[in-house]
Design a protein around this ligand. Structure first.
Ligand SMILES: Cc1cc2nc3c(=O)[nH]c(=O)nc-3n(C[C@H](O)[C@H](O)[C@H](O)COP(=O)(O)OP(=O)(O)OC[C@H]3O[C@@H](n4cnc5c(N)ncnc54)[C@H](O)[C@@H]3O)c2cc1C
Length: 459
């Protein structure tokens, strides 16, 4: 039974950046009696998939000046970098380039861990954050909220929950017994130095996978394959450009024409395309929401890869490492698609159709790394999402990308139940810009405000 003195806690499911910052923001917004449960199934809290790496060549792909965890303290991370004592290995993860300072993602993980530790120990007040090291498997609606159940068999009465489970795994390449996880170098096993490794995908995850293979000691040939073979562009010094006026451009072709024209105008003024793309950022979500569904569909099918490689840029040292690999012939980037994979004891024989070719080719590789990116809710085998969908508490977002949510980030589903919010990459489809720290920190702050309002007046 809930009481005013001991109201049920709010649970945050997932303790990557999205969950950690949602929990920290909730602690500062909720009434002082209400506790927060932060639930994480992996071994570490606070880092999530992106910031758990210990490879110093895995760099943030956003400048340090834009990586503060707090929307109202934009210098917070840069100041932390300037004032924290680092040992020699950590310091090697801070790369100062003409295009800005880029830190190793492991260092950013340390920053988040320190913020979380302060929150757990109570900072300036009594501790109200409880860490639950378990996978959440179900939220069962009941009076006053939900019963949260975990894989380990525990159950907790909660007043509401925040779904912060990150990107869903992509369906990816066809399965092979020679497949390894690009995030777990231990899974690479012993690699023969002369036989190729295939990376499926040519985006930022591929850039990481190449760095992981080299750090693992593999010096042999790597082939990276995607439908179009596009590589992420690199960060470079950016001069600001005013936000383009795109009013009245409600179709994809009108938007593309206007943005191209703006890039030409900027070039005449001596300003590169990066300034124009960056100027669009504050309105990207508004533009996405305003596009009619068939136009969104066209974007996803045709333009998205081109947008991604311009918008999601690699840190200059990471892009240089890839360019160097290509120049030396140790990395080959191919455009095409996989048609079949046949495993033998020692290798995978990959049948691929190069883009624009009439026939197939076969490539024999010793290992395949899946770097294809994000999956769709409708295809996911994530047990919690499937359970919540079966209960009608959530539904897929537009185009099956992420979960559907209201503008205040409250999850939408066929069944009305206690409050559930969604934060981070799971909002893809509803929001377009939802996967990077500068977007998620705003969501976490806004969501905490909405949760505080809802829970203080549940009627
Ligand atoms: C490799 C990589 C590099 C990136 N680099 C940058 C960058 O430089 N700058 C930037 O701004 N953004 C970057 N991003 C974008 C990234 O999406 C965000 O910055 C942020 O890390 C997303 O965090 P998240 O908490 O939403 O997801 P995640 O980090 O995936 O965390 C989700 C957590 O939820 C847990 N979880 C899932 N289901 C359950 C369950 N049922 N029960 C309990 N726990 C569960 C998972 O174990 C996981 O720890 C990067 C992303 C990746 C993948």
């Amino acid at each position: 039974m809930m009481s005013k003195e001991f109201p049920h806690p709010v649970a945050v499911i997932g303790a990557g950046f999205s969950g950690t910052m949602s929990a920290i923001q909730l602690l500062s917004r909720l009434e002082p009696e209400r506790r927060v449960l932060l639930c994480e199934r992996a071994g570490t809290f606070g880092r999530g998939r992106a910031y758990a790496t210990v490879n110093p060549d895995h760099l943030l792909n956003v400048r340090a000046t834009n990586m503060s965890a707090y929307p109202d303290r934009p210098e917070h991370f840069s100041e932390w970098l300037d004032t924290t004592a680092f040992d020699r290995a950590e310091a090697s993860g801070i790369r100062v380039t003409p295009g800005g300072t880029f830190a190793a993602r492991g260092l950013y993980g340390r920053y988040l861990t320190e913020l979380l530790t302060r929150a757990v120990t109570g900072g300036d007040g009594p501790p109200r954050l409880d860490l639950v090291h378990d996978a959440v498997t179900d939220l069962e609606p009941g009076p006053g909220g939900f019963t949260l159940r975990t894989e380990g068999g525990a159950s907790y009465p909660i007043a509401g929950a925040v779904l912060a489970m990150g990107n869903l795994g992509a369906p990816g390449a066809p399965r092979s017994r020679h497949q390894a996880d690009p995030w777990s170098p231990d899974s690479f096993g012993r690699l023969h130095p002369d036989r190729p490794v295939l990376i499926v995908g040519t985006g930022l995850t591929m850039v990481d996978a190449v760095a992981a293979l080299r750090r693992h000691g593999f010096s042999g040939p790597i082939v990276a394959l995607s439908r179009r073979g596009l590589l992420p562009s690199a960060h470079a010094p950016v001069q600001p450009w005013p936000m383009p006026d795109l009013s009245g451009a409600t179709t994809l072709s009108a938007l593309t024409t206007r943005i191209r024209r703006e890039i030409d105008r900027a070039a005449v003024a001596g300003i590169g395309w990066r300034g124009v793309i960056d100027a669009l950022r504050p309105v990207t979500d508004t533009l996405w929401r305003a596009l009619p569904a068939p136009e969104k569909d066209r974007f996803l099918r045709h333009l998205r890869p081109f947008w991604d490689v311009h918008r999601h840029r690699a840190a200059p040292p990471a892009a240089e490492a890839i360019a160097d690999e290509i120049a030396r012939g140790t990395l080959t980037v191919r455009a095409g698609r996989i048609r079949a994979i046949a495993d033998t004891a020692g290798e995978a024989r990959v049948t691929l159709r190069p883009r624009g070719a009439a026939g197939d080719e076969t490539l024999a590789v010793q290992c395949i790394l899946d770097a294809t990116g994000i999956g769709r809710v409708v295809e996911t085998d994530d047990p919690l999402i499937r359970r919540l969908m079966a209960r009608g508490l959530v539904r897929p977002g537009p185009f099956g990308l992420g979960l559907d949510a209201a503008p205040d980030l409250r999850a939408l589903g066929p069944v009305e139940a206690g409050p559930l919010w969604v934060v981070g990459p799971l909002l893809r489809g509803v929001l377009w810009e939802c996967t990077a720290v500068p977007d998620i920190r705003n969501q976490a702050a806004g969501l905490a405000q909405a949760a505080a309002r809802t829970l203080s007046d549940p009627t």
